[in-house]
Design a protein around this ligand. Structure first.
Ligand SMILES: [Zn+2]
Length: 115
């Protein structure tokens, strides 16, 4: 594992790569050789949340026919007022995907761009 810190923030001693078991899930960490403080990367903590089912905005990818699907969390659907028939435009980002919703009812009101 990449050494993302060199020294313990608590006691300033060195750290070494280690495994830590939290609630029966094994996680990579950096552990202080003196006081035993453990340091985790954010991706390890996300992995823990996913495996424990405690991360609210995580959905599993699935397959429907020849498509890959993922369900949108209800809280997001409600907050963004997404209705059946609306569109989601996918934008690739360096760190993932952004889905930008467009409401079907608003599309007719937009000024048209000549092609
Ligand atoms: Zn320490």
């Amino acid at each position: 594992m990449k050494k993302f810190i060199e020294k313990c923030y608590k006691c300033n001693a060195g750290v070494k790569a280690a495994r830590s078991v939290k609630e029966s899930i094994s996680l990579d960490c950096l552990k202080c050789i003196k006081c035993g403080e453990e340091y985790f990367t954010s991706s390890e903590l996300v992995r823990f949340d996913i495996l424990k089912g405690t991360r609210r905005l995580v959905r599993k990818f699935g397959v429907l026919g020849s498509s890959t699907i993922a369900r949108i969390p209800n809280s997001i659907v409600e907050e963004l007022n997404i209705k059946p028939g609306d569109y989601g435009v996918f934008e690739k980002r360096p760190d993932g995907i952004l889905i930008r919703p467009y409401h079907a009812g608003d599309l007719g009101k937009q000024p048209r761009t000549r092609m």
